[in-house]
Ligand binder design. Structure first.
Ligand code: GSH
Length: 207
């Protein structure tokens, strides 16, 4: 199998933290994002979504989401589990993967991609070229601030996002907070102390 990625981008970062934590060795190629290699016909012939990360399996089939790639790799490498070890844990982690993707990560992406001039004419990742909509940036900011308050409330009663153990849900939130800082210039308010305490704890658990 072969991984196509670009480590500094947020979704590849989620996957890299997962891979490094579990100590998995993979044949990986860095796609030249700054030069738009992900948008070339040559890349799309391999990865039709035109996005990173993507894992090309030995069968030739392509996994183009962090959700699927992590499920697949965890099944192959069960040590240092990040996706849960009981049915309840697995379901809770998946629930938080989904909530963080839609309520936090997507809010930041809406804010970033609808304001940054670098994304004029391509406000969405992938193959659909579309204009920026400034109102989506405003909505993204409101959604993000609301979600950070919710995460603070959630984290005031447990150590990690999905429960008592560090998991992929913590990686998703760590990457999202980093993404919010550089791309949306949003830092969690100082009053969100449970979120800030969790951030230190999760960063330490990551090693
Ligand atoms: N659903 C995909 C999303 C992948 C994605 O949107 N990746 C971004 C980088 S973070 C990308 O490839 N963008 C391509 C572009 O902006 O041209 C996943 O879970 O990995």
């Amino acid at each position: 199998m072969k991984l196509y990625t670009f480590d500094p981008a947020p979704n590849p970062q989620r996957l890299k933290m997962f891979i490094d934590y579990k100590g998995i060795e993979l044949d990986a190629t860095q796609v030249n994002f700054p030069e738009g290699e992900q948008r070339t016909d040559a890349y799309k012939a391999v990865v039709p979504t035109g996005t990173v990360p993507a894992l090309v399996l030995d069968s030739g089939r392509v996994l183009s989401s962090v959700f699927a790639i992590t499920q697949y790799l965890e099944a192959l490498h069960p040590d240092s589990p990040l996706l849960g070890t009981s049915e309840e844990e697995r379901a809770l982690i998946l629930d938080w993967n989904h909530r963080i993707a839609t309520d936090v990560f997507k809010a930041i992406a809406d804010l970033f991609r609808n304001t940054n001039p670098a994304f004029a004419g391509r406000a969405l990742p992938g193959t659909l070229d579309t204009e920026q909509i400034p109102a989506l940036a405003e909505r993204g900011r409101n959604q993000l601030l609301h979600a950070l308050n919710i995460m603070n409330d959630e984290l005031s009663s447990r150590d990690y996002v999905a429960g008592d153990s560090f998991s992929m849900a913590d990686i998703d939130l760590l990457v999202s907070l980093h993404f919010a800082g550089w791309a949306a210039k949003v830092q969690p308010d100082e009053s969100l102390t449970a979120l800030s305490d969790w951030r230190q704890r999760a960063q330490a658990a990551l090693g």
